[in-house]
Design a protein around this ligand. Structure first.
Ligand code: XMP
Ligand code: MG
Length: 182
């Protein structure tokens, strides 16, 4: 029996589910990037947990780097325009860049970031998203090359994902009880 946080209404992905998903993604990426010059880039902070697992599931040589962005404007809806708060330490020119994302929702943030990174002339630029919140009738601004799992259009926490900076340390991905929001 898995133990669950009392604030979590239901678990969408258990630790075993996550292990299976990340293992599959790692194997696929290892095949595709063999002989290339892979750099994994995670956007802080939500993607750090997935990054830690994914990099260990990849068998080819790689480097890692991190970026932090802050959204302009208010509200829960992403405007897509972001300011780079912490830039890469690495030069990505001519390298094979894979952006590691916790969750892809509208994709607007990532779309903006990818445009900005493409100006630095990487050899390739792709996305690995652990979750894709794909909503019927809505287009995502970015097509991720690697997708861990599809996720219902609900607010999810755990495995790096937060609500008001909490729950990032939960080992499962789940949906919060409604009373936690109010
Ligand atoms: P867009 O819409 O630009 O936004 O793809 C993606 C970012 O929004 C956050 N996000 C979530 N964070 N639970 C979270 O903890 C969620 O259900 C959720 N949906 C979107 C996340 O930071 C992601 O990078
Ligand atoms: Mg985030």
């Amino acid at each position: 029996m898995e133990s669950t946080h009392p604030d979590v209404e239901r678990v969408l992905f258990s630790e075993a589910d996550i292990k299976e998903i990340v293992g599959r993604m790692g194997a696929e990426i290892s095949r595709d990037y063999a002989g290339k010059d892979l750099v994994l880039i995670a956007v802080l902070r939500g993607a750090v947990v997935f990054m830690g697992d994914l990099m260990r599931a990849i068998t080819c040589p790689l480097a890692i780097d991190f970026m932090a962005v802050s959204s302009y404007g208010e509200g829960a809806k992403s405007s897509g325009v972001v300011r780079i708060v912490k830039d890469l330490d690495m030069d990505i020119k001519g390298r094979d860049v894979l952006i590691v994302e916790d969750i892809l929702d509208s994709g607007l943030t990532l779309n903006y970031l990818m445009k900005s990174l493409s100006h630095r002339k990487p050899a390739s630029l792709e996305v690995a998203a652990f979750l894709w919140k794909d909503v019927e009738g809505r287009e995502t601004a970015v097509e991720p090359k690697y997708v861990g799992a599809h996720c219902p259009d609900e607010f999810v926490v755990g495995y790096g994902l937060d609500f008001a900076e909490r729950y990032r340390n939960l080992p499962q991905v789940g949906v919060l009880k409604p009373e936690v929001y109010s």
